[in-house]
Design a protein around this ligand. Sequence first.
Ligand code: HEC
Ligand code: HEC
Length: 359
Amino acid sequence: MLRQTLLRLAAVLLILSLAACRRRHAVARPSIDAREGRALYLRYCALCHGKRAEGYAADHANALGNAGFLAITTDEQLRSAIMNGRPGTPMSAWGANNHGPLQPKQVDQIVAYLRSLARKRFIEVDRLPHTGDPARGAVAFRASCEVCHGPIGEGTPRATSLSHPNFQQSVSDGYLRHVIVHGRRGTQMAAFGALPRQTIEDLIAYIRYRALPPAPPPSPTYGPPPGLDQLVINPHGTPPKLKLREGRYAAAADVAKALEEKRKMVLLDARPTSDWNRAHIVGALPFPFYDVNELAKTLPRDGTWIVAYCTCPHAASGHVVDELRKRGFANTAVLDEGIGFWMQKGYPTAPGKVIEPAK
Ligand code: HEC
Ligand code: HEC
């Protein structure tokens, strides 16, 4: 009798614990939003930030899934970085508010996905304004930080920018203090907590001092880009003479010359249309890397030269050219150094067509 009762009790306990287990499992499963967000992330972001948000798949795209990053970065900060980007760096403005491909809900889904990767509890950073001196901070910055972040914190292929207005506006002194003291475990960003307290304050003062002026007000309203029937520049011209470095890269000088000589070619801007609107190479049409599958069908197959470019040296344009080569397009090239270098050289660019100025 007693044995039977005990057995029954054990069975009930087993069933209960199994149920609890299942429930716990259900809680741990990512939400629908996070799952949608993952799909969007893979389509739009993985190229640079990596398939598992580990960072550094291209350029200095940071580790979005890093535990230390997610522990201090608010949803609002993520949302604003995604929607408004970091113009001037490879990080595009992805929000529809900037003519990017993502609706606010989709941005939230990506944020939910990134949150689902968090492996540490959220930490509220302190709210104390810094008490540093930028002149002393400049000396410390030169000694310990500029190799990676650049002399004025403008960012380099090794590390993100610190002076970008969109970054500066979205983080507090407490955030900067936390990162400097603790670093980001698992990335190149070491902990500098061993520095004297005052030096850390001075570094924050210097980073603030270097803040670039805020980006221009919300972008104007742009008209739609020209139709893909206008892809071929100078359809009656002769082909350009492009000598490719490593069988892949066309020099900016050669492409600029080809434009000047009215050669027949196609120029593809591999970035989201938000970037194309701000400034693109004259004659180029938006051809975002994540749409290459559908857009490739619109390209001429008669051997016309096709040159792709992006901001970054080559991540997005390289992806487009790889995909076109896979599909058998004969003459394709990546613009060496991207549009940043092109602009530095003063070669011709144009913005999108403004139909309503910024308010
Ligand atoms: C072409 C490469 C590229 C793509 C594609 C890209 N990013 Fe970035 N992203 C970067 C780089 C580079 C930075 C650092 C910019 C800087 O120097 O300030 C960055 C910065 C960020 C930041 C700010 C991180 C911080 O330190 O505060 C967030 C958030 C972010 N990206 C999210 C995304 C999301 C989400 C997507 C997809 C919708 C995406 N990125 C697509 C290259 C890219
Ligand atoms: C060896 C290269 C290196 C050095 C030196 C370095 N950093 Fe960094 N730093 C990085 C990288 C890489 C990241 C981005 C890490 C990640 O993926 O989250 C970073 C991130 C940061 C961030 C956070 C940026 C963000 O978007 O959240 C701050 C602030 C920062 N560094 C400040 C400094 C300061 C101040 C110094 C000098 C005391 C310094 N760093 C030295 C490589 C470096």
